[in-house]
Design a binder for this molecule. Structure first.
Ligand SMILES: NC(=O)c1ccc[n+]([C@@H]2O[C@H](COP(=O)([O-])OP(=O)(O)OC[C@H]3O[C@@H](n4cnc5c(N)ncnc54)[C@H](O)[C@@H]3O)[C@@H](O)[C@H]2O)c1
Ligand SMILES: [Zn+2]
Ligand SMILES: [Zn+2]
Length: 346
């Protein structure tokens, strides 16, 4: 089968690989019909994720049809149409019993990282019954692929941890796929203002279409000052950090209102200063989280009932044969205006 294989920093290739096989009783083999590329795959290719070793098939997002199941799988069968979660969970360990699937003792984020992933014609999914979700009939596969990672991430790490309430003022720093997923799902709670902050005018204009009430390009102006002016000096009730660099966390520290929350979503590779000398008396909360994907069933319903339309995040389409072009397009997002690229089976 065809697969996109990581060969160490800066190196990847489309190769023929053997079909995956059932190894444990709870496994399923899924024939991938649609997958996509995540910013995290680009992090792996830069060499930022040492747990992902050369030889690994990348990808942690996808939908497909179950081809085979192990003897322990009773609630799913060959032919079932399934969503593949980016987080693998056993459903039984201490973390899973707390709903913290991201820290599952034998799962978590392993797909396309510690085990072979979804950017292939077939993928082995361990703990299949608790890591795959049956797709209700009639749902658009492209919309469903957005539920593997970006929607639960924006919603759980940004919106839920940020405790957005009706009437709140919200700022989302970073208008990439994750920041935009937070923007879409924040609107479940009817905040009064959602200010999107980014360096990319194209992404900011997309944000306006997706429901942002204001946008700020922090390349051209002092974003903290602008947000404080817009909020009459109070700052925002919820500041969502969806970039993962010190400057954007610092911006959240500057714009959070008294009593507010900074919900960090970004993956940080270097240390960030915590300005307690300014924040100690502000009654604020700071949260961090690795996406658990516990809200996937709920988000599936919101997509099915058309409360949100995540398909609108898709800008480019490829097939597994042209996945290298998909990487090229996604990797040059500033020039190509790419948000999410979908890679279909042939
Ligand atoms: N916590 C989790 O479980 C989890 C899961 C998935 C992804 N993530 C992380 O979420 C973050 C966002 O993911 P994404 O796929 O949307 O990334 P992305 O790179 O596509 O988007 C980031 C956006 O931030 C903007 N940006 C960069 N520097 C900026 C600055 N100084 N000020 C304002 N904007 C700036 C970029 O223009 C871009 O639009 C990444 O750090 C990613 O690794 C976290
Ligand atoms: Zn991802
Ligand atoms: Zn577990």
């Amino acid at each position: 089968m065809k697969a996109l294989v990581y060969h160490g920093p800066g190196k990847k290739a489309l190769e023929d690989r053997p079909m995956p096989e059932i190894r444990d009783a709870g496994d399923a083999i899924v024939k991938v019909s649609k997958t996509t590329i995540c910013g995290t795959d680009l992090h792996i290719l830069k060499g930022d994720v040492p747990s992902c070793e050369p030889g690994r098939i990348l990808g942690h997002e996808g939908v497909g049809i179950i081809e085979k199941v192990g003897p322990g799988v009773t609630t799913m069968k060959p032919g079932d149409h399934v969503l593949i979660s980016c987080i693998t969970s056993c459903g039984k360990c201490d973390s899973c019993r707390k709903g913290m699937y991201s820290h599952c003792a034998t799962g978590g984020w392993i797909l396309g990282n510690r085990i072979d992933g979804t950017q292939a014609e077939y993928v082995r999914i361990p703990h299949a019954e608790t890591s795959l979700y049956l797709i209700p009939q009639g749902m658009d596969e492209e919309a469903v692929v957005m539920l593997s990672d970006i929607l639960p991430t924006g919603f759980e790490c940004g919106v839920m941890n940020g405790k957005i309430k009706p009437g709140d003022t919200v700022a989302i720093v970073g208008a990439g796929p994750i920041g935009l997923a937070a923007l879409l799902t924040a609107q479940f709670y009817a905040p009064s203002e959602i200010i999107m902050i980014d360096l990319d005018d194209n992404r900011l204009s997309v944000s306006k279409k997706f429901g942002a009430t204001a946008t700020v390009n922090s390349k051209n102006e002092d974003a903290a000052k602008r947000v404080m002016d817009m909020t009459e000096g109070r700052g925002v009730d919820v500041a969502i950090e969806a970039v993962g660099v010190p400057a954007t966390f610092h911006l959240c520290e500057e714009i959070v209102a008294a009593g507010g929350t900074i919900a960090n979503v970004g993956v940080h590779g270097v240390k960030v200063d915590l300005h307690l000398e300014k924040l100690w008396d502000r009654n604020i909360t700071i949260t961090t989280r690795l996406v658990d994907t516990v809200t996937t069933p709920m988000l599936l319903k919101t997509v099915r009932s058309k409360k949100i339309d995540p398909k609108s995040l898709i800008t480019h389409r490829f097939t597994i044969d042209t996945i290298l072009d998909a990487y090229e397009t996604f990797g040059k997002a500033a020039d190509t205006k790419a948000l999410k690229v979908v890679i279909a089976a042939k």
